[in-house]
Design a protein around this ligand. Structure first.
Ligand code: SAM
Length: 279
């Protein structure tokens, strides 16, 4: 299939045609560099014939790149004007390509026209972590993916325990699989140019370590532990367990020192606390 990708002139023409001024509120920074698009698609190892879900297709820069690789795309876009334009753009620049557009807030999507195996997206920055976790939770068919996010957020998602940036997103992401920062992307490839650089985060799903009930309890614990980052866990979790003595007992039963801090714990440690017998 012959596909044309979007460059700076096409991006600006399309935006003008639609009367769109990119908004910060929706994290609208459009990629206008075909090399970057091809690099993302290559790094994501998009395969011909597979179904890819893209969150926030915008004007279609990345969508066209994924279609060029021969995949089918389900694109979820909240901005109605962009969602309506996308099939027209694809019809013109990638005739015959297989595209489904879902006009919706990705955070609220609970079903898709078919089961995607991969998630490839330049995520809206303001909701990147919640939207990523929501899709991993809601669509078990997703085996792998590559997302572009703000550099700081990407490094946090992929961080290991003990590092300064390790936090709630790192532990929660680990519930679903392995994440790594695969590449850095210059801010210059976006229109408008954002204030920060971006990274590509690659992931592959691993078997979930526990039940859904345990996941909910683990995430609650993670929120409490990192909500008060500098506190020892026996204090940070006092409210959760009904007092700091109770929290200490529960932590010890889970094999975790009550004086430890959240950033020292691996996902397995949080899960051990959830599974520990209460006094
Ligand atoms: N993929 C395009 C690209 O690379 O040029 C656009 C990426 S832009 C960073 C983020 C896109 O996500 C925008 O098109 C925006 O309208 C859309 N968006 C923002 N919030 C969203 C949400 N909650 N659900 C779905 N799409 C959303």
């Amino acid at each position: 299939m012959t596909v044309s990708l979007l460059g700076p002139a096409e991006i600006r023409d399309l935006a003008e045609h639609l009367g769109i001024t990119p908004t910060k509120k929706l994290g609208q920074n459009f990629v206008h560099d075909a090399n970057t698009v091809r690099r993302i698609v290559r790094t994501a190892s998009v395969q011909p014939g597979e179904t890819v879900v893209e969150i926030g297709p915008g004007l279609g820069s990345l969508t066209l790149g994924i279609l060029e690789a021969g995949a089918r795309v389900i694109a979820v876009e909240i901005d109605k004007r962009l969602a309506e334009q996308l099939p027209l753009t694809v019809e013109q620049l990638a005739p015959g390509a297989d595209l489904d557009v879902v006009t919706a807030d990705a955070l609220r999507v609970t079903s898709l026209p078919s089961d995607p195996v991969a998630l490839v997206a330049n995520l809206p920055y303001n909701v990147s972590v919640p939207v990523l976790l929501h899709f991993l939770e809601t669509f078990p068919s997703l085996e792998r993916g590559l997302v572009m996010v703000q550099a700081e957020v990407g490094h946090r998602i992929a961080a290991d325990p003990g590092s300064k940036i390790y936090g709630g997103p790192s532990v929660k992401a680990a519930w679903y699989g392995r994440f790594r920062v695969a590449a850095t992307v210059s801010r210059q490839v976006f229109w408008p140019v954002p204030n920060v650089d971006s990274v590509l985060v690659a992931f592959e799903r691993m078997p979930q370590p526990g039940t859904e009930e345990e996941r909910v309890a683990t995430f609650r614990l993670v929120d409490a532990a990192f909500g008060q980052r500098r506190k020892m866990l026996r204090q940070a979790l006092a409210e959760t367990f009904g007092g700091s003595a109770e929290a200490s007992a529960r932590l010890e039963a889970g094999g975790v020192a009550p004086t430890a801090r959240g950033e020292e714990l691996r996902l397995e440690d949080f899960l051990a606390i959830v599974r520990a017998p209460s006094a």
